[in-house]
Design a protein. Sequence first.
Length: 146
Amino acid sequence: MKKVLIINGPNLNLLGLREKDIYGDLTLDEINEKLKLWGKEHQYELDFFQANGEGEIIDRIHSAAKDRIDYIVINPGAYTHYSYAIRDAIIGVNIPSIEVHLSNVHSREEFRSKSVIAPICIGQITGFGHYSYLMALNYLHLRERG
Ligand code: DQA
């Protein structure tokens, strides 16, 4: 069974409370429950990780190689826009990754339209609320089926 690591970065633990008009009503646990259902239906092993600190996220990316993770789906939160360290970690482990966002980062403040991580990912999915995560998983499934 293929393994996918879902990483959520800073402030995403506040989903359900935080700027609901932008990020929606669902908590991160509720989103993860939906992804778990998808995993069961499509027979993928999903591993979930959330941290507010850059170092913790980098350490989890490093251990993903040891855990034989096949793909990473990452919402790096605000680190998206400036974390060369997370970018280098993903390059370092050489695990194909997809960047996802709940909001459309291209329709908000100017600083959000730049991602330093997306260019080293397979692609970026942005603006579809929690469906962004499901779209990333569906893409990986299609890719696996060839
Ligand atoms: C976000 C977009 C980022 O700009 C922001 O800092 C977040 C959430 C999103 O999912 O829409 O924390 O990654």
